[in-house]
Design a protein around this ligand. Structure first.
Ligand code: ARG
Length: 497
């Protein structure tokens, strides 16, 4: 009796007599999305070929053919798909893993369309390799399992995504620092409870975001360090059945070392969790920035003119200029949180070791990588093109009693307990509100009626400059402190680059 599954030629058909239900078969395939692991699967397969050759499974000529064949898989796949659609430009592109690039995605789709028999990326590479070097291709699976392969491919994907994110994050950081630099000593109100609080330098506000990004970069760098271990040689669950030198594959793939436990290595997706969670946090920061700019661009705030290059109009209301970029970013950060949540929920409760559920963990990672790449592809240029309305911001910083804290500080400097000083300035503010004047517009007589310790020097203590400069602590908005903070941020950026 012939094996009924030979026609469908799965990697596991031997023990089966019944063919798969056709709907189930296509539903359970991962090739439509894991195709984007192609270049990583090839790299990992080459590393594995070297390792089993060193263990005597392949003679040197076989290894040579194997490596040659693996190098031909991508060109062959592209040639085949070029026949389906006009994808000539792709042949030299070879950047099959640049996330979010439309034309690459279309190459993937045609590769998938052309290979309905491929169950997953591992099966696909084996099928292509067989076309190129014949049955020798079937030796490649000696001493390995798809469980360790997918764990390795995903690590390679995440590592690359981290590197890409870090690079574009540096570009945004630079854009923010440049924008800060160009703001000089311009001021704006700061807010608590979204009510005007105290004046700050615009630089100080922008550096708040630089500080967040630096934490984001450190989280990603940290995750990269922790994940940089090679699962190859872990087998299906208990370790390879050949005495492989796992260091060879680890080195070939630029991992620091092999993973220490085969059960963990085949079922661990912490690296993907770390990545999606760090990206979700970054997304939260970006979303807060987007929200602030959305608010600040309203007529109610009037702090900035949205750059036309990054805004859209309304099909109904001719006067509108809408902040689509910042709104979309705010929206997309929700997807990033979603990816982290999906992954955490997926892994929670999985018994060791590999479970097919893990296949569901790929798409959220791809989506997070694509989404953050997309966001960071527009954010630096958008940030660089922001034009503040310094006058409006200054007026807002200079009115509404934002110097009340500085005024209270003036009284405490005269030896008055803060609680009392607070009360006196509160009374002064009340008088100002009733007569529609700012603190600096009250007369000395009126002030002395509230508290005899007010002197002529009060007025110079509550100017906008003095109000900034009284925050003379590390991390405060005093002008010299902010200048130092900006210099330090710049040198950290240079160091980092
Ligand atoms: N497509 C599978 C995944 O993404 C590859 C590993 C399959 N392993 C298995 N034992 N069925 O998880």
């Amino acid at each position: 009796m012939t094996n009924i599954n030979q026609q469908s030629a799965k990697m596991w058909s031997g023990r089966f007599r019944e063919p798969l239900d056709a709907t189930f078969e296509s539903w359970q395939r991962s090739f439509p999305f894991d195709v984007r692991l192609l270049s990583h699967e090839i790299a990992a397969s080459k590393a594995h070929a070297e390792t089993i050759a060193a263990a005597g499974i392949l003679v040197s000529d076989e290894l040579k053919q194997m490596l040659y064949g693996l190098d031909r898989v991508i060109p062959l796949s592209l040639e085949e798909s070029a026949k389906l659609t006009n994808l000539d430009a792709l042949r030299d592109a070879h950047k099959l893993n640049s996330p979010g690039v439309g034309f690459v995605i279309s190459a993937y789709s045609s590769i998938v369309a052309l290979n309905p028999q491929a169950e997953d990326i591992h099966h696909f590479v084996e099928l292509q390799l067989t076309k190129i070097i014949g049955d020798l291709a079937l030796k490649l699976h000696t001493g390995r399992s798809r469980n360790e392969q997918i764990a390795t491919d995903m690590r390679l994907f995440v590592r690359e995504a981290i590197d890409n994110t870090l690079a574009s994050l540096t570009a945004w950081r630079k854009a923010l620092i440049d924008l800060a630099e160009s703001a000089g000593e311009a001021t704006m109100p700061s807010y608590t409870h979204l009510q005007r609080a105290e004046p700050v330098l615009i630089v100080h506000w922008l550096l708040a975001y630089v500080t967040m990004i630096e934490r984001d970069a450190s989280r990603l760098t940290d995750a990269r360090k922790r994940m940089n271990l090679c699962p190859l040689g872990s087998g299906a669950v208990a370790g390879a059945t050949l005495a492989l030198d796992r260091n060879l594959a680890a080195r070939a793939l630029n991992f620091d070392a092999p993973t220490p436990n085969s059960m963990d290595a085949t079922s661990d997706r912490d690296f993907a969790l770390d990545f999606t969670q760090a990206i979700a946090t970054l997304g939260i920061h970006i979303s807060r920035f987007a929200e602030e700019l959305t608010l600040y661009s309203t007529a109610e705030f009037g702090f900035l003119d949205l750059p036309e290059r990054f805004s859209t109009g309304s099909s109904a209301m001719p006067q509108k200029k809408n902040p689509d970029l910042t709104e979309l970013i705010r929206g997309k950060s929700g997807r990033l949180l979603g990816a982290a949540t999906t992954l955490a929920t997926l892994i929670k409760g999985l018994p060791l070791a590999y479970n097919k559920d893990l296949q569901e963990g790929q798409e959220p990672v791809f989506d997070a990588a694509d989404t953050i790449a997309g966001i960071l592809s527009v954010l630096p240029a958008f940030t660089a093109s922001l034009k503040f309305r310094f006058d409006t911001m200054k007026t807002a910083a200079h009115s509404g009693y934002l110097n009340a804290m500085a005024a209270a500080t003036y009284l405490t400097d005269k030896g008055i307990p803060f609680r009392k000083a607070h009360e006196h300035i509160g009374n002064a503010v009340r008088l100002g509100l009733e007569t529609q004047r700012e603190l600096q517009q009250l007369t000395l007589e009126e002030l002395r009626a509230i508290c005899p310790q007010f002197g002529e020097d009060f007025f110079s203590a509550i100017t906008l400059e003095a109000t900034l400069d009284c925050h003379d602590v590390i991390g405060g908005t005093a002008r010299p402190r902010v200048k130092t903070a900006l210099d330090e941020a710049k040198s950290r950026l240079t160091e980092h680059a």
